[in-house]
Design a protein around this ligand. Structure first.
Ligand code: ADP
Ligand code: ZN
Length: 429
């Protein structure tokens, strides 16, 4: 599937799209209504090229149809239910048939295959278990590879690192921010050492991260660190993952058809341009989904990869359109700050942004941390670090931050998806 010729892939995608559209139209009143309104019937979909005739689906649609309005099978065929955190309002629900669970596990297993994860390997799953798809998703993927599953879930960091050493964990799965926290805890622990560990690979995702962060994690944990991407609406993690070339995240196009559209006009962007990622599920049974607007911003590269896979590659996710801050008229993504911080050896990759509006002016405060060996409690000593960081942010992003150096551990560590921003302006409108 990953190495298929483009032509064969289009054929397979066409067959699967036709089936999916029929399934949606015949079983889900919501899709029937939307397609009728758009004046498109299942018969109009003859190949994957016709996908642009279909209406989009948004997160709001999923909320409106909460909990099971989008199900295309009798509820008795459902074997599991997951839901994304949904920080505001109702969570977004996904339900799975037996086949859906298999397909999901395969998506994750394909990602793990790049590091030859298999029998005898211990895969420590430090994503949260529960409604969140991270824990059980990575778990089932490791199971499909025949590996040993170690379901530690997130948190309880001291114990995690003890087990990591004692149980000889080879593969770590968690968010990149938690991986960083684990790495730091190992470095600070007297009882464990990364040299005594058997770690070989890490599969990190569920939030944006940068190549700078990758370098830090690879050095600190002595592993190869791979990106794994996914979202609850498609199943969870394992919609795609990085290969050994670490040059873009391959998407499993036989299961999820990706498009990039301009988020304002909703027209497809020119090949290779940035825009909003849109997915249509091609295999899902319980909750198939048509042209779902992920709000993730990235671009696609259809050049064959050196690894031999033909599956399209996605750039690192810049962020979600709803994470983008407009500060003094300039678009800022939190991941840009991480990129800058990891360019400076003295700084930790941790940061927290506070945006406010004072006297009708946006303020942009950035809390950062120096690595303990660079930290001096005398503020005068810190200026030499602040100035270059300030200059780099101004040149890259174009706005001037108020930089505050926090003492070691002054910025909260995260065991799941890190929270990087507090935008106080939202309460002032
Ligand atoms: P939510 O975070 O909305 O509660 P999910 O757990 O389903 O729900 O998160 C999916 C989202 O997480 C994706 O749409 C994307 O924004 C982000 N994400 C997942 N994996 C990655 C990754 N490897 N890189 C960047 N962002 C990611
Ligand atoms: Zn590749």
């Amino acid at each position: 599937m990953e190495c298929m010729s483009r032509e064969d892939m289009r054929k397979l995608q066409s067959e699967r799209l036709i089936k999916t559209v029929k399934r949606c139209y015949e079983n889900v009143p919501f899709y029937r209504r939307k397609m009728d309104e758009a004046g498109v019937s299942p018969d109009d979909i003859k190949s994957i090229d016709d996908i642009c005739k279909l209406p989009f689906t948004t997160k709001q649609d999923l909320r409106d149809e909460y909990p099971f309005g989008l199900e295309a099978v009798p509820h008795s065929e459902v074997r599991r239910i997951h839901a994304s955190s949904g920080t505001t309002g109702k969570p977004v629900v996904d339900t799975y048939t037996e086949n859906d669970l298999k397909m999901w596990a395969e998506g994750v297993a394909r990602v793990m295959a790049v590091a030859d994860v298999g029998p005898g390997d211990t895969v420590q799953v430090s994503y949260g278990y529960g409604l969140f798809t991270g824990g059980l998703g990575a778990h089932d993927g490791a199971a499909m590879r025949g590996a040993i599953q170690l379901p530690t879930s997130a948190g309880n960091t001291e114990k995690q690192i003890m087990l990591m050493q004692d149980f000889r964990t080879n593969v770590l799965c968690c968010t990149p921010s938690y991986a960083m926290h684990l790495a730091e805890s190992i470095a600070n622990s007297r009882n464990v050492s990364v040299r005594l560990m058997k770690l070989r690979a890490g599969f990190f995702g569920a939030e944006p991260w940068t190549n700078g962060m990758r370098k830090e994690l690879e050095t600190k944990l002595q592993i190869k660190a791979y990106d794994i991407y996914g979202l609850t609406e498609m199943c969870g993690p394992g919609v795609g993952g990085e290969c050994e070339c670490q040059d873009g995240t391959h998407l499993w196009e036989d299961m999820f058809y990706p498009e990039i559209v301009n988020p304002e006009t909703l027209e497809p962007v020119a090949p290779g341009e940035f825009g909003e990622l849109v997915f249509t599920s091609l295999c899902k049974e319980a909750m198939p989904i048509l042209r779902y607007r992920t709000r993730d911003l990235t671009r696609l590269n259809y050049e064959p990869c050196k690894c031999g896979r033909t599956a399209v590659r996605m750039d690192r996710i810049l962020g979600r359109s709803d994470d983008m801050m407009i500060i003094r008229g300039v678009n800022v993504f939190p991941s840009q700050i991480e990129t800058v911080l990891t360019e400076f050896p003295a700084f930790q990759p941790y940061y927290f942004i506070t945006v406010d509006r004072i006297n009708n002016e946006d303020t942009f405060d950035l809390d950062v941390e120096l690595k303990p060996e660079f930290f001096a409690s005398d503020p005068a000593d810190q200026m030499k670090y602040i100035k270059p960081l300030f200059d780099r942010i101004v040149s890259l992003i174009g706005i001037k931050p108020n930089i505050h150096i926090k003492p070691p551990f002054g910025i909260e560590r995260s065991t799941g998806k890190a929270k990087h921003v507090s935008d106080k302006r939202v309460f002032k409108n």
